[in-house]
Design a protein around this ligand. Structure first.
Ligand code: HEC
Ligand code: HEC
Length: 506
């Protein structure tokens, strides 16, 4: 059970009533642990007597739900809520054209929400007419916030960071060339209180949030303009509640304020609102853990026989969990005793080349060399970050088409799982041989997924030579029914909760 925040805030305006509200020790929520607000009361009480009159009732600023089992300080809540407003606000040049949400639609599993584009050019258009990106927007939910490191076990490959090539590293000193700028401790201006509360949000996701605003093929707006926009926005009070001072957009101050907005975006994207762990798989597993405690194992009662089989194959024969699990292991003795972590993120946070064919429909120069382009290591060409599979099937309607992998060449989970099963069309590929699959005619450079399926062939990979194919991928000996079971399992990973825009922006 969760409780709408507006019950807590109901009727409170900044002046007077907020001071009274803050004197509450804590608020009882349906027998759930208390929502503790008093630890920051002193800081915030100062604002009750602040200069500006409240224009917006607090219940409109805090329109969301407080998750159970956690204490939320008002500063942390304000930071997260500021990030939510900025995420959904269309802060761009030209005005009001594009926000984070334009490319990361919660109803489409936080990826691109226009299926006409997923079916065609894949890359998202920017705020400026005619501007367009060059790669598929990945989900920004469940983006694991750990810095890019080299030599993560078990394969001693680079891991962490966000972006398909990990360039939002979250490191103070870049580990690999071409890392994007870092948001560091400077945002706390030596305040131990702020650092203690908010340092948890520094990292790759905060670094990433500096990028989309000034990017000419995205929101196309300067840092100072972003600062001014937030200063004038009806939710600007949240900045002050979070950071303890009014937003400073002077020439000397705007860059720091902009970085603090990035930290707010990271706080929202780290919240349990965005990472709700509310999928059918999560619900079925939680029920079983409640019943069985430490003896929990698959099959789960809350999943169908086909979905349970899919789990078994995912963690066993098909080897998906080698890359799509936080705890990748080489040999899984009993797949029904694997994948039991309620916090499973379905990614090793590492980089691999699975052999995705070129997508000729993406405008501009073809191909994405991934991590290899930054590291200048030929052995890492075509390496892209393993995406989390949470919400991989989440879509606004049944007929809505999503695009999969970094260049969106794949348009269905069925086709992608068939590819994992049969991509090895060399003479070693027994599964491909069983299905009669061959290499598509290389003289045609622009094979689409539909054409390849119709011709029963796979085009050559975008990057040859660094493939995981043949070892982990491409010859899995799965039957048609087993492929379908894996797809059915992937479909259990869609969150049942969908984040809605804050009321004030609707
Ligand atoms: C025009 C479309 C567009 C807009 C607007 C946009 N993004 Fe993205 N986002 C992308 C694309 C494309 C990528 C992948 C880029 C790459 O890897 O080179 C991405 C990557 C990300 C990632 C990394 C996810 C991962 O796991 O690697 C996060 C987090 C993210 N965006 C958050 C945001 C936030 C926050 C905003 C608003 C400040 C935003 N995006 C605005 C298209 C967009
Ligand atoms: C060697 C590591 C590895 C293995 C094994 C692996 N994957 Fe992946 N998976 C990746 C990487 C890396 C990507 C992104 C590739 C790209 O975009 O070029 C990916 C992409 C995907 C996507 C697309 C997600 C999206 O948001 O676009 C799905 C779905 C998927 N994998 C499912 C599976 C399934 C099911 C299996 C088992 C049959 C599997 N994977 C096995 C590494 C792996």
């Amino acid at each position: 059970m969760t409780t709408p925040m507006n019950i807590l805030m109901s009727g409170a305006l900044l002046a007077g009533p907020l001071a009274g509200f803050l004197q509450c020790e804590s608020v009882e929520v349906d027998g759930e642990p208390n929502v503790v607000l008093d630890d920051v009361a002193d800081d915030v009480e100062a604002f009750a007597a602040a200069d500006e009159p409240a224009e917006v009732p607090l219940e409109l600023l805090f329109d969301d739900e407080v998750p159970p089992g956690r204490s939320f300080g008002l500063q942390e809540l304000s930071l997260k809520q500021l990030g939510k407003f900025v995420f959904f606000d269309k802060i761009s040049s030209p005005k009001n054209k594009q926000g984070c949400v334009s490319c990361h639609d919660p109803a489409a599993g936080w990826t691109f929400g226009v299926d006409a584009i997923n079916k065609s050019q894949v890359a998202a258009p920017g705020a400026v007419p005619g501007a367009v990106g060059s790669i598929k927007p990945p989900s920004n939910a469940y983006a694991r916030n750990m810095p890019l490191q080299l030599q993560c076990p078990p394969f001693l490959l680079p891991c962490g960071g966000v972006f398909w090539d990990g360039r939002a590293e979250g490191n103070v000193v870049p580990l690999v060339a071409g890392a994007s700028p870092h948001v560091g401790l400077e945002v706390f201006k030596s305040s131990a209180n702020l650092e203690g509360l908010f340092a948890q949000f520094l990292g790759p996701v905060a670094d990433q949030a500096l990028q989309p605003f000034p990017n000419p093929v995205e929101q196309n707006i300067g840092e100072k303009e972003v600062c001014n926009h937030v200063a004038k926005a009806p939710y600007s009070l949240l900045y002050k509640l979070a950071w303890g001072e009014k937003i400073d957009c002077s020439n000397a101050g705007f860059l720091l304020s902009f970085k603090r907005i990035a930290v707010a975006l990271a706080a929202f994207q780290s919240s349990s609102e965005v990472n709700s762990f509310s999928s059918k798989r999560d619900i079925a597993l939680a029920a079983e853990i409640k019943k069985e405690g430490a003896d929990v194992a698959f099959p789960l009662q809350g999943l169908t026989a086909q979905e349970n089989l899919g789990h078994e194959l995912f963690y066993g024969k098909a080897g998906c969990a080698l890359c799509h699990s936080n705890t990748p292991v080489f040999v899984i003795e009993d797949p029904n005793k694997a994948g039991l972590d309620p916090g499973e993120l379905y990614t090793d946070a590492a980089y691999h080349n699975i052999g995705v064919p070129r997508n000729a429909k993406i405008p501009g120069p073809l191909g994405s060399p991934g991590l290899g382009a930054r590291s200048a290591l030929p052995a890492q060409l075509g390496f892209h970050k393993t995406p989390s599979l949470r919400n991989v099937d989440k879509r606004p309607s049944k007929s809505f088409v999503k695009a999969y992998t970094h260049n969106g060449w794949f348009k269905s989970l069925e086709a992608l799982v068939h590819f994992y099963n049969t991509a090895d069309v060399s003479s070693d590929g027994a599964t491909a041989a069983k299905f009669g699959i061959t290499r598509c005619d290389p003289s045609k450079p622009d094979w689409t997924q539909a054409e390849a399926l119709a011709a029963n062939c796979w085009p050559a990979p975008e990057e040859q030579g660094t493939l995981a194919i043949g070892f982990l991928i491409g010859d899995l000996d799965l039957t048609v029914a087993e492929e379908a079971a894996i797809v059915a399992y992937l479909k259990t990973l869609s969150d049942t909760k969908t984040v809605k825009p804050p009321k004030l922006l609707k």
